[in-house]
Design a protein around this ligand. Structure first.
Ligand SMILES: Nc1ncnc2c1ncn2[C@@H]1O[C@H](COP(=O)(O)OP(=O)(O)OP(=O)(O)O)[C@@H](O)[C@H]1O
Ligand SMILES: [Mg+2]
Length: 255
């Protein structure tokens, strides 16, 4: 059988001395992080700690004040707009949000097929065939003619994942994509993400799902007050945290 990770190599992401301010407040205070191709990273930490801001800096949604970000062979530097590099990064690094952001007037199949037609210039037949395959992969084949409002939250989120995959990304940024879902539908979405590991995609997942982090993350990074308080394997960070900050956060999350 073909080795899928060899077919779809993941993306290396290097974050160096990243600082980001909003007004007088320093939100990210010099973040350094190297993520290897194909790694799944669970980004955890308290509310307001800077997790969303960090993801937004990675794909050019935020201009940052200091440091650099390298995604594959694209580099973003501080205080610059770099629209060509940002466009290249967004082609290789998909982003999925908590609130799905599907097109309400399009069917499920059209939602997935639209991006490859508009962005990759694929012809309609090719985009449709690939989209059918992707919907099968997220176990939504029988829903392809429905509109988003006829789906559950977990089904909508799986459409959003299929839509992100339709652009053939090498990596995915996921920002609390299961937070709005009930436990059972959460599980469906997390199962799809775990399945993506075999494709070799690099995934950074902001999550409060400690169970998912333990099962699926190669690394767990705890970001608090704009600093990486602790990082390592799930066994290291979650089961035996070393810093006081990590102990305090985990005690709260794990109850
Ligand atoms: N556009 C903005 N203007 C001013 N402050 C902002 C802006 N965006 C974020 N912040 C502030 O930056 C800090 C970090 O926000 P961020 O959304 O990155 O945190 P988070 O770790 O994702 O939190 P949560 O877990 O609640 O989603 C917060 O204090 C927030 O109020
Ligand atoms: Mg956030």
């Amino acid at each position: 059988m073909a080795n899928k990770s060899a077919e779809i190599p993941g993306l290396a992401i290097h974050i160096t001395s990243l600082k980001k301010r909003h007004g007088d407040r320093e939100i990210l205070r010099g973040v350094d992080l190297r993520i290897h191709p194909g790694q799944t990273v669970a980004l955890i930490g308290p509310s307001g700690g800077g997790k969303t801001t960090l993801l937004r800096c990675l794909n050019g949604l935020e201009v940052f004040d200091h440091g650099s970000v390298r995604v594959g062979d694209c580099t973003l530097n501080a205080l610059s707009g770099q629209s060509i590099e940002i466009a290249r990064i967004r082609r290789s690094l998909g982003m999925i949000f908590q609130d799905f952001q599907l097109f309400p007037h399009l069917t499920v199949l059209e939602n997935v097929a639209a991006a490859p037609i508009w962005v990759l210039g694929e012809n309609a037949k090719e985009a449709r065939d690939r989209s059918i395959h992707l919907l099968d992969r997220v176990k939504l084949s029988e829903f392809s003619n429905r509109k988003p409002m006829q789906l559950s939250g977990g089904q909508k989120q799986r459409v959003a994942i299929a839509r992100a995959l339709a652009l053939k990304p090498l990596g995915l940024l996921c920002d609390e994509i299961t937070s709005a879902l009930d436990p059972e539908t959460k599980h469906e979405v997390l199962a799809v993400l775990e399945d993506l590991k075999r494709d070799g995609l690099t995934v950074i997942m902001v999550t409060h799902e400690i169970g998912f982090a333990k099962r699926a993350a190669d690394r767990v990074v705890l970001l608090a007050e704009g600093n990486i308080a602790e990082e390592g394997t799930a066994a290291e960070v979650i089961d035996s945290p070393k810093t006081e900050r990590a102990c305090k956060f985990l005690a709260r999350v794990l109850g």
